[in-house]
Every structure is written in C-alpha cells, then in structure tokens.
Design a protein around this ligand. Structure first.
Ligand code: MG
Length: 312
C-alpha cells in the first residue's frame, strides 16, 4: 500500500519504506547471494553423482576415505504458533510425529510470554514421555530475554535450546552459555565458513554438548560446506555435532556421506521440497538412505513433478 510509505505530511518516508522492504525478515540470514550459489552448486553435485551412476552420499564418503552410513538420525520440526492453536492441538501435533517414527521433536518458543511457553513445554513433555524435545527461538531474543528463558528452560531435560539471539551476535551466545548448562544449537543463519569460524571462536559453543546447524543450500553449497567442516575440525569439533537446518535431501546426503550427526525434518511443512524419497520410513528416529543416483530427488514423486514443471 503506497500510503504506508508516506509520513504525516504525505511525503515519502524512507524509514517506512525500509520497514516494508524488511517485513517478515528473519534475524541474520543475509543470504541472497549465498543461497543462489548454493542452489547451483548442489545441482552440480547432483549431476556429478548421476554421471557416476551413484548416490551422492556414497561418492562423498569414498572421496573422503570413509565408509558411508546410510542410516541417518532425523528429528521432527514443528510446534509453530497459530491463532487458536491450544495446548491440546500442540500435543496432538507432537504425538503425530512420534506415531510417524520420530524420537526427537522440536517446537517454537518466544512467540508468547515466558509463562505461556513454560506451559507449552510442560504440555509437550507430558505428551511425548521418553522422547526428547528441542526448542527454537528463531533468533528473536535480546540478551536479557535469552537469559530469562535459559533460567526457565534449564529446569527441563531439553534436547537443545536453539538460536536464542541474533545469529551474528556471538557475544550473546557466549554469555548465554554461562546460564544454560544444557545443549545449545545455532548456525542455520550463518552462511560461510568464515561466519562459522567466528561462531566457534567467539560464541561460547561447547564441542562436548552443543550442535551446529549450518545448511549447505543456504551457504554457497557443498564446496563451501566442506570448508566449513574443515573449520569445525580445526576448532576441535567432530562433524557429528552438525545437524543441518532445512530438512532437505541435500543435507541428508552430506550427513550419510560425511558423518554428520543427523538432519532436520519437517513432516508437515515446506512440502514438496523437504522430506525423503517416497519409499523411506522413519524408524526409531532414523531413516535409511535408498541407493538412488545423485541426491535422489527423482525418488520423491511430488518434488520431481514440480522440478520438471519448472524446468521443461
Ligand atoms: Mg531454527
């Protein structure tokens, strides 16, 4: 609406215009170029693996001198806020993930008051029993709020506390570690090996318990992700502490081929782009990669239909 760009005197207001341009931006994530390059790079790896007639994960493992592990840990991400979504609906959503074979589920926090979020967490924990819960603030907290949540969250045996503050605010992340002894996770909005290195240098992340969520498709692709893994190792971390963001088959191949700790999954969201080939089932929180050439997009009927419609 052009009217919203005008100030009280009917004159163009650059601040209002900028606010419109930036509406619904996630914190961090300055990734227009890195996503474009990452998408092209992943298409090239897909083509390369197909030219060899093999799954990408098997070639990656062979190239790295390792044994591929087609069995990959996956967790179910969801638990979003929706108007009218009460605790019962949240519990039912989480129950449905367990019914589909997941053993770790994730929900959003920070979109309600701290007391409301505590009630949501307790409701989900009561529902999922021995399964594990991760929580994700999507980078929305300032330092005081992040610490306030840490004091609440540390009462519960959470799988992780994700992206509390702005992803580029390494000092906030480091300060948070002093208040949160449980596992922390972040990195989905860091888009280069240099950003990853800064996180590991300055973010207070602990290689014995925390998790790194860099996403190859968002961050210049697999060539750059391999550099990021070099940074991870050089900082004294194991690649098994990486569980990428995004829930797509590109990171599944990297996980199976290069020994990552697993991959995100969105059972009910972002379809047809995320998920697994059609034959794949989640069993005991893991999937087994089928032996499809390349990344395996052809094994997911709804996705390849969209890709072919775009390309042909
Ligand atoms: Mg997240």
């Amino acid at each position: 609406d052009p009217v919203t760009l005008l100030d009280g005197d009917g004159v163009l207001d650059p601040h209002r215009a900028w606010a419109c341009l930036m509406a619904n931006e996630k914190p961090g994530g300055h990734g227009e170029r890195s996503v474009a390059v990452g998408t092209i790079d992943m298409a090239l790896w897909d083509a390369w693996a197909k030219l060899h007639g093999q799954p990408l994960f098997r070639l990656l493992a062979a190239q790295a001198g390792r044994t591929a592990n087609p069995r990959v840990f996956v967790y179910a991400a969801g638990g979003y806020y929706h108007p009218g979504k009460d605790l019962g609906a949240l519990r039912a959503e989480m129950r449905s993930y367990l019914d589909r074979g997941y053993t770790v589920v994730k929900m959003k926090i920070g979109g309600a008051t701290l007391d409301e979020d505590r009630a949501r967490i307790e409701a989900v924990l009561a529902e999922i029993g021995p399964a594990r819960l991760a929580v994700d603030a999507n980078g929305r907290f300032d330092l005081q709020t992040a610490i306030g949540y840490a004091r609440m969250l540390r009462d519960y045996p959470l799988f992780w506390y994700e992206e509390a503050g702005d992803p580029l605010d390494y000092q906030l992340q480091a300060a948070l570690a002093e208040f949160y002894p449980g596992p922390m996770a972040t990195g989905e909005n860091l888009f280069s090996h240099q950003d990853a290195r800064n996180l590991l240098r300055h973010g207070g992340m602990r290689p014995d318990r925390d998790w790194l969520q860099f996403d190859c498709a968002l961050s210049y692709g697999l060539c750059e992700y391999q550099r990021t893994l070099d940074v991870v190792r050089a900082a004294g971390w194991s690649p098994s502490r990486c569980i990428p963001h995004g829930g797509h088959q590109m990171s599944l191949n990297i996980a199976a081929g290069l020994g990552l700790g697993g991959n995100e999954s969105y059972p009910d969201l972002f379809q047809p782009y995320g998920g697994f080939p059609d034959s794949v089932q989640v069993l005991d929180g893991h999937i087994t990669m089928p032996d499809l050439p390349g990344i395996g997009f052809e094994g997911k009927a709804d996705l390849i239909r969209v890709m072919r419609a775009l390309a042909e």
